[in-house]
Design a protein around this ligand. Sequence first.
Ligand SMILES: *[C@@H]1O[C@H](CO)[C@@H](O)[C@H](O)[C@H]1NC(C)=O
Ligand SMILES: *[C@@H]1O[C@H](CO)[C@@H](O)[C@H](O)[C@H]1NC(C)=O
Ligand SMILES: *[C@@H]1O[C@H](CO)[C@@H](O)[C@H](O)[C@H]1NC(C)=O
Ligand SMILES: *[C@@H]1O[C@H](CO)[C@@H](O)[C@H](O)[C@H]1NC(C)=O
Ligand SMILES: *[C@@H]1O[C@H](CO)[C@@H](O)[C@H](O)[C@H]1NC(C)=O
Ligand SMILES: *[C@@H]1O[C@H](CO)[C@@H](O)[C@H](O)[C@H]1NC(C)=O
Length: 310
Amino acid sequence: MSSALYLVLLFSALWTLSFCGTREFYVVNQDKNWTDAQKYCREKFTDLATVESQEEMNALIAVLNGKTGRFWIGLKLKNENDNNSWIWSDGSNSSYRYWNDKEPNFGRGPMCVELLQGSEYKWNDAGCHNHNKHFVCYKKLPLILINQTKTWREALRYCRENHEDLVSVHTEEIQHWVEKAVYYASTANVWMGLRHTCTLSFWFWVSGVSICYQNWAPGNGTGVEDCSRGERTGAVQSGSKQWVSLPEDQRLNFICTTSEGESKTSVDYNSKDDQRHIRNDSFLILLVSFQSFRTRIRQPLLEQDLHFSQ
Ligand SMILES: *[C@@H]1O[C@H](CO)[C@@H](O)[C@H](O)[C@H]1NC(C)=O
Ligand SMILES: *[C@@H]1O[C@H](CO)[C@@H](O)[C@H](O)[C@H]1NC(C)=O
Ligand SMILES: *[C@@H]1O[C@H](CO)[C@@H](O)[C@H](O)[C@H]1NC(C)=O
Ligand SMILES: *[C@@H]1O[C@H](CO)[C@@H](O)[C@H](O)[C@H]1NC(C)=O
Ligand SMILES: *[C@@H]1O[C@H](CO)[C@@H](O)[C@H](O)[C@H]1NC(C)=O
Ligand SMILES: *[C@@H]1O[C@H](CO)[C@@H](O)[C@H](O)[C@H]1NC(C)=O
């Protein structure tokens, strides 16, 4: 996809409509059979559309915006002899369905799923070889706003367990994504993966990338931090989009990166023996600063801390 088109999509209303999910839908107005549609989506986007909830289906209907015709999505019958063997093209095992009345009614040969504009985009099964249908692809988003309120540590753990990590805003481009994401926030500030060490007096991203881009609100982040209530952590203001320094126990929305972001080169130190020798923040930060020169690593001790404090 050309970068110009990408930008148009990025700032279009459609984009924001689907942002709360982890994927963004694209309608392709070309006639293809299911297999060729799948190939096209995998080349240009992530895959043929997977729809895992009614919320996502609503987002998809909004993107289709009344377009007429029939549209392939990524659901296919794996085994012609087993009417229950529906599988998603991207490997999702979601059991969400939006069948039209009396569907699926199966047929001869491989069956795939299309949306019928005439039936409010409800689902119908059709022969996969039919090559007269348009289709819907999706692209996995690099960031996701989590509309729950958690302390900074809880947020970090949530992101690492369910997605990739708390977001590291180390370029202006990521800041732009963040600015879009906080549009939906229900708290005035939104956690990022930004952490201060009182022992060594500096800020760092928990993903291990260096701080090369900054967007601090005046008076924040650049002076001496107030360490009286423990370590400070960084959040982005939903209003000004600037960053502020806050005590970690505030309960805020937060932004995770998804695995579709930067290629994952993080090293998991939990499995290594030297993890056991890391005893406190100061030691850890030295290790992280040292390691950051060589590779992007995830800041490991915080996870360990979490286990200690449970
Ligand atoms: C699948 O469903 C169709 C229609 O309900 C039926 O005719 C066919 O026998 C079923 N096939 C299998 C393998 O159950
Ligand atoms: C999908 O797989 C996950 C784990 O891989 C499992 O926890 C979940 O129950 C599965 N869902 C369905 C609908 O099979
Ligand atoms: C889809 O169409 C291509 C040609 O455009 C053809 O080579 C391929 O066999 C078709 N696949 C199916 C499953 O019909
Ligand atoms: C976020 O959560 C709040 C409070 O639970 C809710 O009122 C709001 O509608 C949610 N926003 C979105 C976009 O889901
Ligand atoms: C940080 O920025 C916020 C918002 O602009 C401001 O209210 C606060 O006073 C700043 N903190 C300091 C220490 O100046
Ligand atoms: C942390 O570890 C360093 C290096 O082992 C040590 O010098 C320092 O006293 C320790 N600090 C605390 C608070 O335990």
